[in-house]
Design a protein around this ligand. Structure first.
Ligand code: FMN
Length: 316
């Protein structure tokens, strides 16, 4: 292997240093296998910095970088394949360093192949005309902006098919590390809902159904999520809840979140097993007639009062 030299500017070197330092900090809270992800990303960034001073570039390095950039993302969806790739990658670099045969053959993708990634945007649904996309966006934005919490429900039960759609929306919510450490407990039994409500000052109405989003400690342990340090599991609760409430609204149903409840008491009332914590309750039901007739509340904060562009500061 011929010895080459590389040029790295001070700003680029400082950015790389910043990346390494921030990654070290993140290792305190993230699942331990995330450390491998931060390191392989560092390898990719370093390869990005390794621009040769003279020659056009190293095809081996370019191939290795593009392979790393593709396969590092396997960490999120097929960890065994990702781990296998990490071992392969280290061996490939060792061969490159020592000049052993096979080291330049990075065109070979190796044995590890991840499972197909489900649902990646529009590609899965085939070609859509621009008009369809615009209509879809308009409908979604209308749903987002017209949803308001509903705190008065009729006694009419929620159709099972609607509940399934609501839960499906929760299932597709974005979540940290792509981990699934939450379970959705659906309760429709009126007496169980009444008992939950007794310990839930934030549950003002009496919904036909509730979805209790629970954190499962055993699942968190298995996923190596540090519940005592990592805040992403809380955010996952919020993303799932928001998806469910939007789905309920799209189905003509009302919903309202509840966080003002006694977790310990609701855990007992719902007979949750040890290690399973109720985090968030989504009330679901048909809006009461009074609610249907209620005037729309005044509009939310103007966008210009919420948003800063490029720099944070007071509005002119
Ligand atoms: C994290 C969170 C917790 C909430 N907890 C309660 C609650 O315990 N009881 C309740 O009636 N509403 C609760 N809400 C609903 C908010 O009061 C409501 O979303 C807010 O007033 C804005 O109204 P809108 O959703 O209709 O725009 C909660 C909302 C969020 C995001």
């Amino acid at each position: 292997m011929t010895e080459r030299s590389f040029a790295v500017g001070e700003a680029e070197a400082l950015e790389f240093l910043a990346y390494l330092t921030a990654s070290a900090e993140l290792c305190i809270t993230e699942p331990h296998y995330y450390g491998t992800f931060r390191l392989i990303e560092a390898a990719s960034r370093l390869m990005g910095l390794m621009r040769e001073e003279s020659e056009a570039g190293d095809p081996w390095l370019a191939g290795f970088k593009s392979e790393v950039d593709e396969k590092k993302l396997w960490m999120l969806r097929d960890r065994p394949a990702y781990f296998a790739f990490l071992k392969e990658a280290a061996a490939a670099l060792a061969a490159r360093l020592t000049g052993e045969p096979g080291c330049s053959d990075r065109a070979d993708p190796g044995p590890a192949t991840p499972r197909a990634e489900p649902g990646s945007g529009y590609a899965e649904h085939g070609e859509q005309g621009e008009q369809d996309v615009a209509q879809g966006a308009a409908t979604l934005l209308r749903m987002i902006s017209s949803r308001r919490v509903v705190r008065a429900f009729s006694e009419r039960p929620v159709a099972r098919a609607d509940l399934i759609q609501i839960l499906t929306a929760g299932r597709w919510a974005t979540r940290g590390s792509n981990s699934r450490i939450h379970r959705f407990l659906v309760v429709e039994d009126p007496s169980a809902i009444r008992r939950v409500r007794a310990f839930s000052p934030g549950m003002l109405g009496v919904p036909a159904a509730i979805v209790v989003i629970c954190t499962d400690g055993a699942l968190a342990d298995r996923a190596e999520v540090q519940l005592d340090r990592d805040v992403t599991p809380w955010m996952d609760v919020g993303t799932a809840a928001m998806n469910m409430m939007l789905a309920a609204h799209a189905l003509g149903l009302g919903s309202c979140p509840v966080t003002s409840f006694s977790k310990s008491a609701v855990g007992v009332v719902l007979r949750l097993p040890p290690g399973v914590a109720p985090e968030f309750i989504v009330q679901v039901g048909h809006p009461a007639e009074s609610r249907r007739a209620a005037p729309r509340p005044p509009s939310a904060a103007a966008l210009r009062d919420l948003v800063c562009w490029e720099t944070y500061g007071p509005h002119p």
